[in-house]
Structures are given as structure tokens and as C-alpha cells.
Design a protein around this ligand. Structure first.
Ligand code: AHM
Ligand code: MG
Length: 343
């Protein structure tokens, strides 16, 4: 029988390092602990999601988040689960979440660590009540300033500074997808055992694709380079691309990105004219950065259309950004159309 590798073992082996590499580990013990805790929280969230109406978790809460969006009960539950799981372990300096206006400091009664954890506790909120895949997205950085205090400024580092990133998709299977900067690995939740089991390593996104994901209902509001790209895809075999394209749009970034990591494709949530002052819908720190890094680690690319997402120097915690990510050649093509348009 082939041996099953649990997430715990995978992380311990990363911490220990391989004998060939002289036993030099690639992740410190505190980061291993952090990732174990995040995975444990995702297991709890997965259980709550699975219960649905039976657990009383569906529907809207009576509150709005900092972005002015109505919160769903599960948005709040998932946020609380992640905070409660992470605040006492001693590995974190602070947390930030889509569902909280300011940063969350580790309470004084607990020891403080050096890591900063950012998350979108429940991505794809509009899909909760209709029983479609949703997920949790997370990103980890190191606090660079010395001393005990933590401020929002500590979080404002570009995506290149991430030391771990991932997501957990709650779909027909619960799958945790992780990078610590050495490629992408996928772990499937074994519900009987209660543990995540390694089911794919060295995930690679094909460089070419015939599948795109975008919310087509916004077409009339797009910028010309985006319209050009999608129109060429729609023109199919007899158009300039010379091939037919398929379309998917799940409206859960986690599920769309999971498909792209599994079989390729391009995902776009670009800037549009509905609210010209807003750079896009998705958030840089806990959506675009972690997903962008995962996609790059799998050989794909992630851009705003005009620059690499991971290079953006953030100025705000809840900053929004235009997102184009997935199969490398397609993302590069979209970026080229933007450059040509600027000329
Ligand atoms: P959320 O974090 O509030 O759920 O919003 C993010 C989601 C993404 O998962 C998804 O790609 C997008 O919003 C869908 O937006 P739309 O409903 O405009 O298609
Ligand atoms: Mg989200």
C-alpha cells in the first residue's frame, strides 16, 4: 500500500528539511504551527458549511462589513473560528480579515509571535445559500519592525514578501491548497480520519488554455483591452485566435482558481466603469496576493493587466485591485493588450 502523507507529516518534513539538502529545513517551527492551526480552523469551517440549514448557518446576519457588504452568518462564523484558533498559540503578532475593519491584535494574555496572518474567512459569500463551492483564503507574512507593537503599517508589504499562502475550498471535497514558496501542494480532507491527506504535489498550470472565467454581465463596463481579449475568445475558431474557447464563472474565486490550478484557464475580475474610482472588486492583501502567488508557484502568472500583482506596494489594508491570473500565455496576452492600448 502506498503510504498516505498527512499535512502534519508534510509540514514536519518541510521543517526538518531533506537529508540531501544537509537537513536544512525550509519552514521554521512557528510557521509550521501556524499552518497546522489554519488547517484545523478550515476543518471546523468545513463542518459548519456541510451542516448548512441543519446547523442554522445559512442566511444573512444583521450587519455590514467594512466594505459595506451585508455579512452572511457564515462570514462571521468563519471569521470567529479563524481568530479563536489562531490567537492563543504564540505564533502570531496580529491578524487582518475581510470581515474586520482594523487589524486584530493578539490579546495581551497570550504570547506574541512574529507572523502576520491575513484572510478572507469565507470567499464566495453569494454562493453560501445556494450550496455552491465556497472557501477560505489566507496569506502569511513576517512582521519586519522590531519590538512588541503591531500596526496596520506592518501589514502593508508587497505579495513578494509572503512566506506562506493558500486556500481551502469547501466543495464536493474539502481541499486545502498550500505554498510555502516551493511549488503548490493539494491536500484532501479525509472526513473519517479528520486529517488532510496529500493528494497532489508540484501542481502545474498549463501555459495555454481554451477556457476563460469572467463575469460577462459586466461586459459593457469593461476597459477596451479586456473587451478586445474576450471578444477574440468569443470569435472562436474563425476569429483571430483560431480556436474555440469555453467559459466558466462560479462567482467564488476559490473555486475558479482551484479549477485553473487543476486544468488551466484564465480568471479575470478587471477594473470596470461601474465605479471608476475603484481599482477592482477583489482585495489585494487576502485575495489577489495569496492567489497570485499560488498561481505563480504553479507556473502561471498574475497581473492587474498593467503590473505584476505581487509587486504592488499596498497603501491600505482593504485595498482593491484588478485581477488577471492563470495560464501564463493568456495572462501575458491580456497584459500586452493593455500595453498596446496605452500606446
Ligand atoms: P466575497 O469575498 O465577498 O465573497 O467576494 C469575492 C467574490 C469572489 O469570490 C468572486 O470571484 C467574485 O466575488 C464574484 O463577484 P460577482 O458576484 O460580481 O461575479
Ligand atoms: Mg472573497
Amino acid at each position: 500500500m502506498t503510504q498516505r502523507i498527512s499535512l502534519t507529516r508534510y509540514l514536519i518534513e518541510k521543517q526538518r528539511g531533506s537529508r540531501d539538502a544537509g537537513g536544512e529545513g525550509t519552514i521554521p517551527p512557528q510557521l509550521r504551527l501556524l499552518l497546522e492551526v489554519v488547517a484545523r480552523a478550515c476543518k471546523s469551517i468545513s463542518l459548519a458549511v456541510t451542516k448548512g440549514a441543519l446547523g442554522g448557518v445559512l442566511g444573512a446576519a444583521e450587519s455590514e462589513n467594512v466594505q459595506g457588504e451585508i455579512q452572511k452568518k457564515l462570514d462571521i462564523i468563519a471569521n470567529e473560528v479563524l481568530i479563536e484558533a489562531n490567537e492563543w498559540g504564540g505564533h502570531l503578532a496580529a491578524m487582518a480579515s475581510e470581515e474586520m475593519e482594523g487589524i486584530y491584535l493578539v490579546p495581551n494574555r497570550y504570547p506574541q509571535g512574529e507572523y502576520l496572518l491575513m484572510f478572507d474567512p469565507l470567499d464566495g459569500s453569494s454562493n453560501i445559500d445556494v450550496n455552491v463551492s465556497i472557501g477560505t483564503i489566507f496569506s502569511v507574512m513576517v512582521k519586519k519592525t522590531e519590538g512588541p507593537g503591531v500596526s496596520e503599517q506592518d501589514f502593508l508589504q508587497p505579495g513578494t514578501q509572503q512566506v506562506a499562502a493558500g486556500y481551502c475550498v469547501y466543495g464536493p471535497q474539502t481541499t486545502l491548497v498550500l505554498t510555502v514558496g516551493e511549488g503548490v501542494a493539494m491536500f484532501t480532507l479525509d472526513r473519517e480520519q479528520g486529517s488532510f491527506v496529500l493528494t497532489q504535489e508540484n501542481v502545474r498550470i498549463p501555459e495555454d488554455t481554451q477556457e476563460f472565467a469572467i463575469n460577462m454581465s459586466n461586459m459593457r463596463h469593461w476597459a477596451p483591452p479586456v473587451t478586445r481579449y474576450i471578444e477574440e475568445c468569443l470569435a472562436g475558431k474563425t476569429g483571430p485566435r483560431g480556436k474555440d474557447f469555453n467559459m466558466r464563472w462560479i462567482a467564488s474565486m476559490v473555486a475558479d482558481v482551484h479549477r485553473i490550478l487543476t486544468r488551466g484557464g484564465v480568471f479575470m475580475y478587471p477594473w470596470d466603469q461601474r465605479e471608476p474610482g475603484k481599482p477592482g472588486k477583489l482585495r489585494l492583501m487576502y485575495e489577489a496576493n495569496p492567489m497570485g502567488w499560488l498561481v505563480e508557484q504553479a507556473g502561471g502568472a498574475a497581473s492587474t493587466g498593467t503590473e505584476r500583482i505581487l509587486d504592488i506596494q499596498p497603501s491600505q489594508l482593504h485595498q482593491r485591485v484588478s485581477v488577471v491570473l492563470g495560464s501564463k500565455n493568456e495572462v501575458e496576452r491580456v497584459a500586452r493588450y493593455h500595453a498596446e492600448h496605452q500606446k
